[in-house]
Design a protein around this ligand. Structure first.
Ligand code: NCD
Length: 301
């Protein structure tokens, strides 16, 4: 399936498509979609994904129908995902879906007459976050079109963090001969077996993180996904983060509920998580633009 029809997984991309998305014309050709409507259908809490998609939709002059709290919708009356998606598809031109079931977006795409975007499903994937993460790294290191000489450290709940899963799969699309990944996680929260070895990798425990911090270009921290049954306690101190090289970057998809990165580090030039959040609007604008262009304009002309 082409990603411009339904964006479900980063598996739908090749390197060329990623790079052309990153250099999408969405920001320069001024083309907008004032008569198009987009639904935000979220069965799980969200701040950034929801707000950044809405911000992106505003940039494209689209209208938004937002069902951010399904507890106030007919879902509370027992309505199925099937019926909710087919209902919204009568009103809008595209549906952005977040759901606790990792297969929900693929299922919605199989029944929906309008494009579906996976905005994070269960502990599976969060493809638009993976794309904005990759964009943030390539932008900082000016490593466009390629991904070389990178030492990436993923730290935290790697088992249930869908953002990590999408990011690892995206990195794996590049020639990784000169890269490696450190997976730093408690034993019970290590990266899923299916993602192991996609990129040359090393597995260590949180207690050993100081061994790799001085040799890390990108540190990517995630929270404990308590709602998915993960149990652990870990955090990094400002002193530990200071062990990172000068030109490294620290990323986090947020939220950071457990102080896994101290607020005192936010003013450090290596802290890139707020820039990462900002990049989310740029990438999601590009995604909406490319999808609406293909799926809406072509039908109208
Ligand atoms: C993430 C998510 O929902 O998967 N948040 C986000 O979209 N930026 C990360 C998380 O919830 O830990």
């Amino acid at each position: 399936m082409l990603w411009k029809n339904h964006l479900i997984s980063v598996d739908q991309f090749n390197v060329e498509e990623i790079q052309s998305l990153f250099f999408s014309n969405s920001m320069i050709d001024g083309f907008t979609f004032p008569r198009k409507k987009i639904a935000i259908l979220f069965y799980e809490p969200s701040t950034r994904t929801s707000a950044s998609f809405q911000s992106a939709a505003h940039d494209l002059d689209c209208k938004i129908i937002s069902i951010n709290g399904v507890e106030y919708s007919s879902v509370a009356k027992g309505e199925t995902l099937h019926d909710t998606v087919l209902t919204l598809a009568q009103y809008v031109d595209l549906i952005i879906l977040r759901h606790p079931d990792s297969e929900a977006a693929a299922y919605a795409a199989s029944i929906s007459p309008v494009p579906i975007i996976n905005a994070g499903c269960g502990n599976g994937e969060h493809p638009t976050q993976g794309l904005l993460d990759l964009f943030t790294i390539q932008k900082h290191f000016q490593n466009w079109n390629k991904f070389t000489d990178m030492r990436i450290t993923f730290f935290g709940d790697l088992l249930n963090s869908r953002t990590v899963h999408s990011s690892v799969k995206l990195i794996a699309l590049y020639d990784n001969a000169s890269n490696y990944i450190n997976y730093v996680a408690p034993l019970s929260l290590q990266i899923p077996l299916s993602l192991k070895g996609l990129v040359p990798d090393v597995y260590i425990y949180p207690e050993q993180i100081e061994n790799v911090l001085p040799y890390t270009d990108v540190l990517y921290v995630t929270r404990v996904q308590k709602e998915r049954g993960s149990v652990a306690e870990y955090s990094l101190t400002h002193e530990q983060l200071n062990m990172l090289p000068e030109n490294s970057i620290v990323m986090h998809p947020f939220p950071r509920p457990d102080g896994e990165i101290p607020i005192s580090f936010d003013s450090d030039p290596r802290a890139k998580y707020f820039e990462q959040i900002k990049n989310g609007v740029y990438i999601r604008t590009a995604i909406l633009y490319e999808m609406l262009k293909v799926n809406v304009l072509s039908k109208e002309m």
